[in-house]
Structures are given as structure tokens and as C-alpha cells.
Design a protein around this ligand. Structure first.
Ligand code: DGL
Length: 265
């Protein structure tokens, strides 16, 4: 047993889509979340820049004595995962390998779409991993950066959200897919809009599900699960406007046992 917290990071509210699943799968775990809203968005930054930002947050987690870090951000996973795994004394779990695993587990995965930030799609991290695991998969990648602020600014479910999804995912009208990887943690909050655009025959894969499974497996194998009370209090930090984080957490998290504060890094 290990009752230390798990550190989770993202550029903003996307990390909450991962926390939702951690709360379901690992309800005894205490979390420290950093939404790096002071540097939002990550998706238009250079890989080097994102790597440095992720490292700064990982060093904060180290000072907080976390037992594990989940990079709840595909952009930071693509830019920084090997560096974080090399530099940090705790296990670091990313989104991309689990996301690919989740897609290839689907019955129909001959043609797989990937949507993500500009940076993630430019890196081709998903395409490379899909082909590493299965050479025969056809991959259609599409950067969909304009969907990120829709979520961050609380505009899901609006006419503008439906319109932006419609424009951004047009490519799949010409290049139909069977399975779509939501390769940005902001996008699961637009699942309804995306599903309506693509039709219900397309399976949406949220990489967080397999990522949290991987975290659970590691903690179980290493006898490192928290054995104290259900839903212990978690700490949510924003490096930017804490009110945006508060509003997002109120909207997206069913577990309300957390505190929110600003963090200067
Ligand atoms: N939510 C992040 C991701 O999964 C990044 C969004 C952004 O800041 O551009 O890639």
C-alpha cells in the first residue's frame, strides 16, 4: 500500500476528462492536478517548449512526493514522455500507447482516424505507434486545434461547438473511418458533437480509459494502491485563471471532494 497522491497534468480542462475516469477506476486515490492554464494552449507551441513546461510540472510533483504521474495531455505525451520517464523517480504514464491499444481492440479498426492538437498531429506520434502495433491499419490524421478552446471556454453543446466540429471533421466525409481516437484530452467533452457529425457507426476511443487501466495495473502489481477512505480530497491547481478551473471542475467532475487554488511555477 502507498497512500501518496498521483500527479496529473494538462494544459487546461482536458485533464478533467482523465480525472473522471481515475475517479471511477481508482476511487481511493488522492490526486494532485495541475492545469497549466498560464501556458494554454500547448498545441500551438514547439515540442521543446511543451517538454520544458511538462518537466517543470513533473518537478513540482516530485516536490509533492507523488507516487506516479499521469500525463493527461496528448501534446505533452508526444513531446516529453521519454524525457519525463528518464528524469523522474516515479512511473510516468502517457496517453498515446494506451490510445492505440484502445483503438486496436475495437472490432473494426482497419481504418482509424486520429484527431489531436496541431503539435500532436505534426509529430505523427499516433500514426507511428499505430503502425508499430499493426502495419496494415489505414490512418487518417487531422489536426483539430480549434476544438480545444471550445472546451476550455465552456462552449460545449452550443451551436458554435457543432459548427466547429462539423468544419474540423469534414475530412472524414471523403475519407471514412471505422474508429476515431480522441487524441486530445479536451475532446471527450465534445463526444456528442463528434458522434453526431460522424454517425453512430464510428467508435470513439478515449485514450484515458486504457491509460488509467495501465496506471491501475502498475499500482496493483507494485502493491501501491491507496487503502484509505473512498474519494479522499484531491487538490486541483491552475497556473492561470483558477475560476476557469473551478467552473470546469464543477461542470465535469461528479466527485466534488477537491480544493482549487492558483499555482505559481
Ligand atoms: N489537452 C491537451 C492534449 O491532450 C492539449 C490541448 C492544448 O493545450 O492545445 O493534447
Amino acid at each position: 500500500m502507498d497512500n501518496r497522491p498521483i500527479g496529473i497534468m494538462d494544459s487546461g480542462l482536458g485533464g478533467l476528462s482523465v480525472i473522471r475516469i481515475v475517479n471511477q477506476q481508482l476511487p481511493h486515490e488522492k490526486l494532485i492536478f495541475v492545469g497549466d492554464q498560464g501556458h494554454f494552449p500547448y498545441g500551438t507551441r514547439t515540442q521543446q517548449d511543451v517538454c520544458q513546461l511538462a518537466l517543470n510540472i513533473a518537478c513540482f510533483f516530485k516536490r509533492q512526493n507523488v507516487k506516479m504521474m499521469i500525463v493527461a495531455c496528448n501534446t505533452a505525451t508526444a513531446a516529453a514522455l521519454p524525457t519525463l520517464q528518464k528524469e523522474m523517480p516515479f512511473p510516468v504514464i502517457g496517453m498515446i500507447v494506451p490510445g492505440v491499444k484502445g483503438a486496436l481492440q475495437q472490432k473494426h479498426h482497419q481504418s482509424v482516424g486520429v484527431i489531436g492538437t496541431a503539435s500532436t498531429i505534426e509529430s505523427h506520434a499516433y500514426e507511428h505507434e499505430l503502425h508499430r502495433q499493426d502495419r496494415s491499419v489505414q490512418v487518417v490524421e487531422k489536426a483539430a486545434q480549434p476544438l480545444v478552446p471550445i472546451v476550455e471556454h465552456g462552449q460545449t453543446g452550443t451551436e458554435q461547438a457543432y459548427q466547429t466540429v462539423d468544419e474540423q471533421l469534414k475530412i472524414f466525409d471523403q475519407q471514412p473511418i471505422q474508429t476515431l481516437i480522441l487524441g486530445c484530452t479536451h475532446f471527450p467533452f465534445l463526444a456528442d458533437e463528434i458522434q453526431q457529425k460522424l454517425g453512430y457507426q464510428v467508435v470513439l476511443v478515449d485514450p484515458a480509459k486504457e491509460a488509467v487501466n495501465a496506471a491501475k495495473e502498475w499500482l496493483t502489481q507494485h502493491d501501491a494502491l491507496n487503502d484509505t477512505e473512498m474519494m479522499p480530497q484531491s487538490r486541483l491547481y491552475s497556473t492561470g485563471d483558477v475560476e476557469i478551473l473551478k467552473a470546469g471542475a464543477k461542470k465535469w467532475l461528479s466527485n466534488q471532494n477537491y480544493t482549487c487554488a492558483h499555482l505559481e511555477l
